[in-house]
Design a protein around this ligand. Sequence first.
Ligand code: GAL
Length: 392
Amino acid sequence: MKAMVTIGLLTLAAMHSSGVGNPAATMVVPEHVASGLAPTPPMGWNSWNRFGCRIDEKLIRETADAMVSSGMRDAGYKYVNIDDCWEASARDEQGNLAPDTTRFPHGMKSLADYVHAKGLKIGIYSSAGTMTCQKRPASIDHEVQDATVFAAWGIDYLKYDNCNNQLRPAIERYQAMGDALAATGRPIVFSVCEWGQNKPWEWGRFVGGQLWRTTLDIQDSWASMLSILDKQVGLEKYSGPNAWNDPDMLEVGNGRMTNAEYVTHFSLWALLNAPLIAGNDLRSMRDSTRAILTNGEVIAVDQDWGGKQGYKLKGDKAAQVWIKPMSNGDRAVVLLNRGPATAAISATMQEIGLSAGRHQARDVWAHADRTADGAVSADVPSHSVAMFVVRR
Ligand code: GAL
């Protein structure tokens, strides 16, 4: 393991010196970035936040349908991911993982074919332990067998959880599955769901992961969302093309935050280069939810090819400024008001790394161009953001 980490770090150092992620670099996406499994943060949907264990093949098919009809697919969402509770209570006679036949009577291959026919990709879930968190059979010591089955079904993405891990070393457990997925020869995105317990940002990419959870689970609340945000401070240097910090899936549209709070959640996740994995019911979402999830100008910040994760520039408990250097030299800026009353929030051009003077500032929620003279500023209502892309 040690040798691998060293090689990996050299690769990382080489990436930095080659100008990857450097705002001054050209717009041409380097080959080794483009050819990876997640050159930009993965986008899709996952069943857990909204449905928990109440999942079946009808839901997955209808979600794939809705992904297309709602415009989500065209906005860039690609993966339809099945979380925990798809599994039968025991392995089959061959020792293979098998779906719960009441919930998934046509099996996973047929479901994968359905999702693929929509121009989408399909993801599945297991745990690097003896059982999943919901006590279904899981993959520790069955990595090769399970990866082979997933590949045979046509799976494109594996979320690999951390429950019932027998306290065995995390790196070994995740490495075993990373190796098994690679050995299938099928491109399968590997989502390391280790909850940030053993600093997966330091090793996730070296076990074959394209993304790794940095925290325990998000809840559909303003407090939960902000507590996860705060835990991202300092992790920005570990993120980049094909290797993303994952502050957990979106709660946008699940009903326990206000619309402005969901706008805040989505803006910040985009600024963090978070995987954008919707977690709501796509079949019945309101227009206001769809407008958030499909805002192409915000998605473009998340998907900026240079993949330089945004970070907290300054602020106190209430008013904060978060910025992200875009690969063309622009700056994405989120003015965040966590406090109880409207606040005037601003950052000077020098603070955000641009030359003094006038700059065009695109308000990516109002879809309007403004002029920012010397500073980017806004009166931001309570529990809201203003978000701009300030032109270089
Ligand atoms: C948790 C994981 C959640 C969800 C859940 C399923 O460990 O962090 O995102 O997958 O297990 O049981």
